[in-house]
Design a protein around this ligand. Sequence first.
Ligand SMILES: *Cc1c(COP(=O)(O)O)cnc(C)c1O
Length: 403
Amino acid sequence: MTDRSGVDTGWQKLGTTLTHAGRPEAPEGGVYVNPPVERGSTVLFPSLESMGKRGLERYNHASIYGAMGSPTQHELEKLIAQIEGGTDCQIVSSGLAACTTPLLAFLKAGDHCLLADSVYGPTRRFAENMLRRFGVDISYFPPCASRAEVEDYIQPNTRIIFTESPGSHTFEVQDIPMLADVAHKNGALLFLDNTWGFGIFAPFEHGVDVSIQALTKYPSGHSDVIAGAITVANQACWRTLRDASIQLGQLAGPDDCWLTLRGLRTMGVRLAQQARTALQIATWLQERPEVAQVLHPALPDCPGHAFWKRDFTGAGSLFGVVLNSTYTQKNMERMINAMRLFGIGASWGGYESLVLPTTGGITRSFGTEQPSDPAFRLQIGLENVQDLIADLEQAFNALHHAL
Ligand SMILES: *Cc1c(COP(=O)(O)O)cnc(C)c1O
């Protein structure tokens, strides 16, 4: 089936990479299909000379000391770099650490960092608290800003434009090649939190310099791992990032890296299925009288839909729903509490469906992007589509009772 989101084309190609990459070359004695977990701290060397030589390999995904990454982590790094299309990747302890580590690596006191108004909340808090405390100037641009508007927010000391597309909670798809061009013409780098677009948006073909992944989401895929990845466009970025990662003691445990490698092997089929169900549910929701807007990048109602169509090869399974103005936040909360198959909880990208309110408690500098009517976010899992629709239907009934 090729639906209008074109999900199948993107995921089929991805499936081949996920199956065959991320495995060492087979030596004479053979090699396991999926790299096994290797745990350790000290690596022993036959001589001081060989230890010294190995130390020079820290940019080459070599095992030197446990804190600089295990062989399991290094295989995962090679696989992520290949999927993202970058030169190198650093695995870190969480998706949030994948946002904060490159900011610390590339910024210094006196620099300016320009962030999209709809970046992941904890990234914004890190910028507001830590980066400001270290003398970095922070400001925001509206995620749907035109080229001229973005240029207006650039300062002589702008070093990084940090964005996330689609935006957190509000799903604005952004013109990444335009942002990259503005950044580069002004001597800055473009950082993209590409968690939603993993495998369906090629960051480096669109001008991104540093791409961020929360491996906690689709890649591990089973809601049992916290890990992150930072992938870079070139060697210059890599050396800066790798040095900072070592200095900050950033890594992920070998068991978590192995679970992520294991999860990745089936990500293509999980995502094709979840994306298909998500689009069916999004289309069903569009017809509901209670719904004002469905913020699914593959639907024309979503801000920046044209950029999604131009730049992505598929869609994920996370999208937003805005209720019409008849309903209050309290009504919506009653509705969410009535859902049975949709779990109430943070995160997304696992095999189970989730729901969270996205109005009340999110911070934006430009109020216009935030719907004033009650809104929520759905993550669609591997459940049967009719079962999920039936659950939403009975929850809508609770919404009416709540009026
Ligand atoms: C979840 C998420 C993160 C943070 O990942 P954690 O592993 O939970 O720290 C960062 N960015 C985006 C877009 C996310 O969805």
